[in-house]
Design a protein around this ligand. Structure first.
Ligand SMILES: N[C@@H](CCC(=O)N[C@@H](CS)C(=O)NCC(=O)O)C(=O)O
Length: 338
């Protein structure tokens, strides 16, 4: 008797998990909107603009997926999440995907059971200090107070770095980047540490960015990318191949400016397959034939999204570096569209 109750409970849990795990693509289509988890605000990556519209490099991924699935880059409900709340939001089904400078790690995949569909920014953890402190290396930070966002890899790397260098620190735990910025500028901490891209984005909003320096040490690997729940491979494919479409478009020279012309047909078969004038990739994915065209038109190809939101001509000023295409010596590489 006890045993059957036990198995019954397990079966119920299995069914519940199955329901929650499968069918996200159908759910999004039926809802007519993508629920996309983003940050609470990090200029260049995800933040509301002057008109209250979400904008940024990660926001661009959400809009591309909405365009691929629904034909409308505006059909997105942006759900702000903190370092701590983001994984519950995804696991519970509150959001369909998370695009929030989130690092792909072993435990987030294997233990938390999320699928990272790729990497949209190869990053690493850095340190920012006021210039007036006169510090030139992170190894000089013995005894420093450090602003650190909770629920992040940043927290764990910081502990590893100080321990392995036999130096100590006092953490000042904070929940959001806005709070970190405020605390750091109010001198509640000597140092702010997070992903180097986040430091550049944060410093760009300071009144006097030149009064703050980024130290030379990059203490970790932070491959940032969009993620979905384990167990819904069809949906994972949609998000994965949308990101790949943006990357491939840059590699093949398909831009938001020439896509109209190119989608009339070209003499490059891969461009034609990508844009749906040859083959049936869209059908295989469960979306329309022009899904990738719509995704690219949403905010441009990968390079356009990078340059427009966080690149060298923006106040954030990030160089492509590791995030250059593989053909340019970087790590950005999509599997083929065939
Ligand atoms: N990549 C790290 C850190 C991500 C993170 O939370 N970064 C902060 C600082 S750049 C952030 O995005 N904050 C935005 C917010 O507070 O909503 C992780 O996945 O744990």
């Amino acid at each position: 008797m006890k045993k059957s109750v036990f198995y019954g409970t397990l079966a119920m849990a299995g069914i519940a998990a199955g329901v929650a795990a499968a069918g996200t693509l159908d759910d999004v289509k039926a809802r007519g909107k993508l629920n996309c988890g983003v940050t609470t605000g990090l200029v260049g990556f995800a933040a509301p603009d002057a008109n209250g519209e979400w904008d940024g490099f990660d926001v661009g991924v959400c809009r591309a997926v909405a365009a691929a699935v629904l034909g409308d880059p505006k059909a997105v409900e942006f759900v702000p999440t903190t370092g701590k709340t983001r994984f519950t939001a995804l696991a519970s089904g509150e959001i369909d995907m998370l695009a929030r400078n989130t690092t792909w790690t072993f435990s987030r995949d294997v233990d938390l059971k999320f699928t990272f569909v790729g990497v949209n920014y190869y990053d690493g953890q850095g340190f920012m200090v006021p210039k007036e402190l006169g510090v030139s290396s992170a190894k000089e930070l013995d005894g420093a107070t450090v602003c650190i966002q909770t629920g992040t890899t940043t927290e764990l790397n910081l502990a590893d770095f100080f321990r392995s260098n036999n130096i100590s620190y006092e953490p000042v735990p904070i929940e959001t980047n806005a709070e970190a910025q405020q605390q750091y500028l109010a001198s509640a901490c000597d140092v702010y540490t997070t992903d180097a891209s986040g430091l550049a984005a944060t410093r760009a909003t300071f009144e006097d960015p030149g009064a703050h320096v980024l130290l030379p040490e990059i203490i970790s690997k932070e491959p940032l990318g969009p993620l979905v729940r384990h167990g819904d491979n069809e949906w994972g494919d949609v998000v994965r191949w949308t990101l790949n479409a943006l990357v491939t478009a840059e590699e093949l020279g398909v831009t938001s400016a020439n896509i109209g012309e190119m989608s009339a047909g070209t003499d490059n078969p891969e461009v034609n397959r990508l844009l749906g004038t040859e083959g049936n990739l869209g059908e295989m994915l469960g979306v329309s034939a022009d899904w990738a065209k719509n995704a690219i038109m949403a905010g441009g190809n990968y390079g356009e999204l990078f340059e427009g939101n966080i690149g060298e001509s923006t106040p954030i000023g990030l160089a492509r570096g590791l995030n250059a295409q593989w053909t340019e010596g970087g790590l950005i590489y999509s599997p083929p569209f065939r």
